[in-house]
Design a protein around this ligand. Structure first.
Ligand SMILES: [Zn+2]
Length: 475
């Protein structure tokens, strides 16, 4: 059964099937602009894209995942200058930080992570093709603009009313564009190549139109063509990229190659709010993973909180939501421990499915998987999973099937259970009692073990046994 997903272009929920003869499923995701740490709004988008890839792979598709790095634009150039570094040094540092955060959130590494600077020749070639085909023009200062009126179906992705199309006013950081207003034939036209300006410093490259640098939109068109071809299966990004960025990508790509159907499917995730407010620097709510770690939240709890809510609805990220994520994750781990005990397995045997596994076992998690497969309904899937976990497994055979099904489901969600979390402050006396009780139990001195358990309970703690150890939590 194919995975189903809502498509922004057709506004329909459609099956995701590879179009290439070799069966690979090409997925292009707009990546970060590396001028600082990514915030949770960025990460919600990347976590959802990662989850979609995992679901497709769980369904058996061979995904080719491309996610670009924007390493040249106004923000990166200004940031490098302020830091007294070269653009390459500055963006390398922030790219590495992004990779560390992605690893902490258990994001799979894309198959290719192309950078804009490394693809300037490809961008220049695409702009040349656009000029040659009459879709772009060179301004007096050597900048090149895309001629929006040359593209009759411009606006088809965001269902834009073309008569109201006023201006291309934002850059990759959502800020107003600078001087490229002046030489444009129409306010709707957007920059493909920006002529060199003194404030660019050493950051300029040669082109047939003089020295300068590419505009932002062209990089994704050039890099998706390079790594996936003129048409591919799925393009993803946050909803804020739908217009103008993705609209411009379609126009550039289809006009440059002459091939319609740039991306077969468009996947956009809704906005993230923080405590009911729009994220902004002035409100101080652009939380990074480090900000949340400093407040005691683990990356897995953050991933869970970012996934809680359907991707098509705006998510209100709150500290109450993080607390809910913490208790849901702990509840899931307790239930998983009980299943493992019933199956006679240790935690080490709670492994994600092997790629070569032919026999798909969902146990009592088939309904949860159905929800996930149908338009990436994570809240629905988690609801079904907890419903299944509410009753104990009937016997060891069922418990073993359930362990396989739950491990597969959590792998598809990218949730790693049993991770180290900021330790609970267990009083030393309680920890000592627990260690003595564990020893007594190993020595099969059950009377002593029971007495010690009662002492631990009297101190306000509960000891939860596993096959290979124990946990303590406040009772
Ligand atoms: Zn893009």
């Amino acid at each position: 059964m194919p995975v189903l997903l809502h498509d922004t272009m057709t506004r329909e929920t459609l099956p995701l099937l590879p179009r290439r003869a070799d069966g690979t499923y090409g997925m292009y995701c707009c990546g970060p602009t590396v001028y600082g740490p990514a915030h949770i709004g960025n990460f919600r988008t990347f976590v959802l894209q990662d989850t979609l890839r995992r679901v497709l792979e769980t369904e058996g598709l061979r995904v080719r995942h491309i996610r670009n790095i924007t390493d040249v634009d106004d923000k990166t150039i200004r940031g490098a200058q302020a830091a007294g570094k070269t653009l390459a040094e500055f963006t390398r540092g922030w790219t590495e930080k992004f990779h560390r955060d992605c690893a902490a959130l258990n994001l799979l590494v894309p198959h290719v992570e192309p950078g804009a600077v490394a693809h300037i020749p490809q961008q220049v070639r695409m702009i040349e093709a656009l000029v040659a085909r009459g879709h772009a023009y060179v301004a007096k200062d050597g900048s090149v603009y895309f001629k929006v009126c040359s593209c009759p179906d411009y606006g088809k992705l965001s269902h834009l009313d073309r008569s109201r199309l006023a201006t291309q006013s934002t850059n990759s950081a959502g800020e107003a564009n600078d001087a490229d207003e002046y030489d444009r034939e129409s306010a709707a036209d957007f920059a493909l190549w920006k002529a060199r300006k003194p404030e660019d410093g050493a950051n300029f490259w040669p082109s047939p139109w003089g020295e300068g640098r590419p505009g932002w939109h062209i990089e994704c068109s050039a890099m998706s063509l390079e790594h996936l071809g003129a048409t591919f299966d799925l393009h993803a990004g946050g909803v804020d990229l739908c217009f103008p960025h993705h609209e411009n990508e379609i126009a550039q790509s289809e006009c440059a190659t002459g091939v319609k159907g740039f991306a077969a499917h468009w996947f956009h995730s809704a906005h993230l709010m923080v405590e009911g407010a729009k994220m902004s620097k002035s409100l101080g709510n652009l939380f990074t993973l480090d900000d949340l770690a400093a407040k005691g939240w683990s990356p897995m709890e953050v991933r869970w909180a970012l996934l809680a809510g359907h991707y098509r609805s705006p998510l209100n990220f709150t500290f109450k939501g993080l607390e809910d994520a913490r208790s849901a994750l702990a509840k899931l781990e307790r239930a998983a421990d009980a299943l493992l005990a019933a199956a006679g397995f240790s935690r080490a045997e709670f492994a994600p499915p092997s790629v070569n596994e032919t026999q798909v076992t969902w146990g009592r998690f088939a309904a949860a998987w159905e929800r996930l497969r149908d338009d990436l309904n994570v809240p629905g899937a988690l609801g079904e999973a907890f419903k299944a976990l509410a009753a104990p497994a009937a016997d060891a055979a069922q418990a073993r099937q359930d362990v396989a099904g739950l491990a597969r489901l959590l792998h598809a969600l990218g949730i790693l259970p049993f991770q180290e979390r900021p330790a609970l402050a267990v009083p030393e006396a309680v920890a000592a009692l627990a260690a003595r009780r564990w020893e007594a139990k190993q020595a099969r001195d059950f009377a002593a073990a029971d007495r010690l358990r009662a002492e631990i309970a009297a101190a306000g703690w509960t000891m939860l046994d596993r096959k290979d150890g124990y946990d303590l939590r406040p009772s």
